[in-house]
Write a protein of this length. Structure first.
Length: 366
């Protein structure tokens, strides 16, 4: 679906040409280079960067693809261990519950931080600068909306016979959380819990959702192509059809592994232009001021795409309970908010084996 999103972004960007006629000042150059700092210099370096230095270095360096590779290797190893891998699974389960509990506490104050960040952007850029860039923002929002409703909605209905509007309404709280934080990562624990509640089996959810957060970034894909065309037009260096096709192919690779945190799409765009069209790198600074606002639509589209993908994979593998989904989406089986933390779920904690029972002796004092 990310490839389709890239193609849609490329087509809409060519139609509306939001950067045509804009005067790009030299003051944006430093912002563009700063956004590209630390990004991959090419496809070979991107692929080689998937290999971590040590088994745990990926967890401390914040590299998404390295973390995913380590997780796959550990998962295959634990599966090969059979019953001897059960203690590892229990330890990972307890650690996952701990992380989700910490995230739940952080999310209570996350909207305050998001408000402060957005206020700083408006103060630095000014209302006039934001107004002049409204065209690309509105075009990006409209493209994301069309992609979710038309493309994802059609796939969800034809494959799983589920209405996209019912699914989006069911995930309404998560969308509000993402809107306040501009990050789809904040709703990851809730998406896992709700996808299981809606009828997708736990193994499918456990594989599809984390993988989708690294490889199924529909909103980021649309943003990369539209923003690249915008920068090219704004700098007076429009791309030819051949360059656009090359950009599309490169962005397919560059969008994989982009983190779901605020600003990651801008950094990925800068890194992609640095490799594909270095002469356009300075133009990235033109959209730094509105990236916070575009990040919200990116995160919402990424989240919707991953939710739909989870239902589709569950349907294709026969691990989706459609009857349960209809009850949940109709409101007959509401989601229990305490389910996400799973504090009192029965059977989670291993019980010590019962010892041999001593027969009671009649007449024996207690």
């Amino acid at each position: 679906m990310s490839t389709v999103a890239l193609a849609i972004g490329l087509a809409v960007g060519n139609v509306i040409q939001p950067g045509a006629g804009l005067d790009l000042g030299a003051q944006t150059a430093d912002a563009g280079r700063a956004a590209a700092a630390g990004e991959s210099g090419g496809t070979a370096e991107l692929l080689l960067g998937i290999i971590p230095t040590t088994l745990v270095s990926a967890l401390t360096a914040g590299e998404v693809l390295q973390t995913l590779l380590v997780a796959l290797l550990v998962g295959f190893a634990v599966q090969g261990m059979g019953g001897r891998g059960e203690p590892v699974l229990r330890a990972v389960g307890l650690l996952q519950r701990l992380v989700f509990k910490v995230l739940a506490m952080i999310m209570w104050v996350a909207p305050i931080g998001a408000f402060g960040a957005m206020a700083a952007v408006v103060d630095a850029a000014g209302l006039d600068a934001l107004t002049s860039l409204a065209q690309i923002m509105l075009g990006f929002y409209a493209t994301c909306l069309i992609f979710v409703v038309v493309v994802l909605g059609a796939l969800l209905w034809f494959v799983a016979r589920i209405s996209i509007f019912a699914l989006l309404r069911y995930l309404g709280r998560e969308f509000l959380l993402i809107l306040s934080t501009s990050s789809s990562e904040s709703a990851l624990p809730r998406l896992i819990a709700k996808m299981e509640h809606v009828g997708v089996s736990k193994p499918v959810v456990g594989i599809t959702v984390p993988t989708g957060y690294s490889f199924n970034l529909d909103g980021t894909a649309i943003y990369l192509t539209m923003a690249a065309l915008f920068v090219a037009d704004a700098m007076g260096k429009p791309m030819s059809i051949g360059e656009q096709v090359g950009l599309l192919l490169f962005m397919i690779i560059a969008s994989k592994g982009a983190a779901g945190v605020t600003g990651a799409g801008l950094a990925t765009l800068a890194g992609g232009l640095q490799s594909h069209r270095p002469d356009l790198l300075d133009g990235v600074g033109l959209i730094v001021g509105i990236d916070r606002f575009m990040s919200e639509a990116r995160a919402l589209t990424n989240f919707a795409g991953n939710a739909v993908a989870t239902v589709l994979v569950g349907t294709w593998t026969g691990e989706f309970d459609r009857a349960q989904a209809r009850d949940v989406l109709a409101g007959r089986r509401p989601f229990d908010e305490a389910t996400m933390l799973d504090e009192d779920a029965p059977g989670d904690d291993p019980q010590p084996p019962a010892g041999p029972q001593r027969p009671a002796l009649s007449g024996t004092p207690a």
